[in-house]
Write a protein of this length. Structure first.
Length: 70
């Protein structure tokens, strides 16, 4: 991943995800987080980073595709 995407994740995507209300999902997030060892949490954080960045990029591409389909 590019340095820009890592910066974007740390400064925009992650804060947005942290601020989003968890409601019905809070229990599940806590359950997974509390069942992992510290080294596994680091791996989970990296997997979430990868997924969030690529979901963001997919949203950009989808929006661009929709804009040209008019």
């Amino acid at each position: 991943m590019s340095d820009f995407m890592l910066w974007l994740y740390a400064n925009y995507i992650r804060p947005q995800l942290s601020a989003a209300p968890k409601r019905d999902y809070a229990f599940h997030f806590d359950l997974v987080h509390n069942s992992l060892r510290p080294s596994e949490r680091e791996s989970m954080d990296k997997a979430l980073e990868f997924t969030a960045v690529h979901a963001f990029l997919l949203g950009l591409r989808t929006g661009e595709g929709l804009a040209t389909s008019r």
